[in-house]
Design a protein around this ligand. Structure first.
Ligand code: ADP
Length: 356
């Protein structure tokens, strides 16, 4: 198990990249650090790897601090965005390289035998004698993973490993990565800024902004129960609709509709709705087509996705989105009536915390 305790990092120029990070990662879990560029993901990964020292705080592996330990004594495998394969070596030589150097080095024949397991696991048998410049990006990524795993690390660190691959390949390799690390059982910390990628492969996600963890949760909870406005806006595609509403007696008032507080589900109210204004969050699937709906909108444009399509319209003077079945005969220029699914909308207070 990995325990990150009050981790803080101030770079030499005085920039505080990590505020006070606390994170427990269970043995064998696949945990993703997710957040916009610059939020501190790589800083955490590099401190775990021993490439960087923290300013304050501690990291424990199975109860033992690893701070101050040499990177090679931390039992870590690391895969970077640019793969960092040795260009003059074949795939097989790249994979066995870690076993042929250092104190734990073993005979080449034995190393080659060991490599077979990981070559099978990553489906690269037919390219074992090729050089990195003769294989595709996806194959290079598999080689990098095989090379990290052959050292039998307790922890695997993956820093944006898919960002150099095209969209379709990213989809299949992310599934493969999950299968591989689960098969091996290695505890994995994965870094990405891509929320869909994080949702699809992780057991748990730590979503970060400006050096602070905003929520650490299962993918499903991050989507359905975002802790704050930042998480609600970061997770979900198409992006959630956010409207400013005024708290006015028994109702919440937006320019184009009102919400009766009595329609809110009591069990979902997290704190008194007593502030003057709230941010109302409505996911694109929380608008329903409804002939008797109170809200009428004009469709500006339609984005066809496949199983569903995204309707774009203006509501409360803001560009808004909803998703509907792509079979529906709706066209740009149509006026439709919609209603809101009250039991799954969100309210955020002025600090961005969930109120409903
Ligand atoms: P992420 O991986 O989430 O994109 P990083 O961990 O790389 O973010 O960086 C976090 C913040 O720290 C960024 O604002 C970045 O500019 C800053 N930073 C990273 N490395 C250094 C450094 N060596 N000196 C000063 N600031 C740095």
């Amino acid at each position: 198990m990995i325990e990150i305790k009050n981790l803080n990092k101030v770079y030499e120029n005085g920039y505080e990249a990590l505020k006070s990070i606390n994170l427990d990662i269970e043995d064998g879990a696949l945990v993703t650090l997710l957040g916009p560029s610059g939020c501190g993901k790589s800083t955490i990964l590099n401190i775990i790897a021993g490439i960087l020292d923290p300013t304050k705080g501690d990291i424990l592996f199975d109860g033992q601090s690893i701070i101050g330990k040499h990177p090679k004594d931390r039992d870590i495998g690391m895969v970077f965005q640019n793969y960092a394969l040795y260009p003059h070596m074949t795939v097989l030589e790249n994979i066995i390289f870690p076993l042929t150097v250092g104190d734990k080095k073993i005979k080449r024949d034995k190393a080659k035998k060991e490599a077979e397991k990981y070559i099978d696991l990553t489906y690269i048998g037919d390219i074992r004698d090729k050089k990195p410049n003769q294989i595709s990006g996806g194959q290079q990524q598999r080689v990098a993973i095989a090379r990290a795993l052959i050292q039998n690390p307790k922890t695997l660190l993956l820093d944006e490993p898919l960002s150099n691959l095209d969209a379709r390949l990213r989809l299949s390799i992310r599934e493969e990565i999950r299968n591989i690390v689960k098969e091996v059982g290695v505890t994995t910390v994965f870094v990405t800024h891509d929320q869909e990628e994080a949702l699809s492969i992780s057991d748990y996600i730590a979503i970060m902004d400006e050096g602070v963890i905003q929520q650490y949760d299962k993918p499903q909870n991050l989507y359905l129960e975002p802790a704050n406005l930042f998480v609600a806006k970061f997770i979900g595609s198409p992006i959630i609709n956010i409207y400013d509403v005024e708290n006015d007696g028994d109702v919440l008032r937006a320019p184009d509709f009102i919400i009766n507080k009595s329609d809110l589900v009591a069990s979902r109210i997290k704190k008194d709705i007593s502030e003057a204004r709230y941010s109302l969050g409505i996911r694109p699937e929380q608008f329903n087509l409804n002939e008797n709906g109170d809200i009428s909108v004009n469709i500006d444009s339609i984005e066809m996705i496949g199983r569903y399509m995204i309707l774009h319209f203006e509501l409360n003077n803001l560009p808004s989105r909803m998703v509907v079945d792509s079979k529906l005969p709706i066209k740009p220029g149509d006026t439709i009536r919609i209603s809101i699914d009250y039991d799954s909308i969100y309210l955020f207070d002025q600090e961005g915390k969930r109120a409903y």
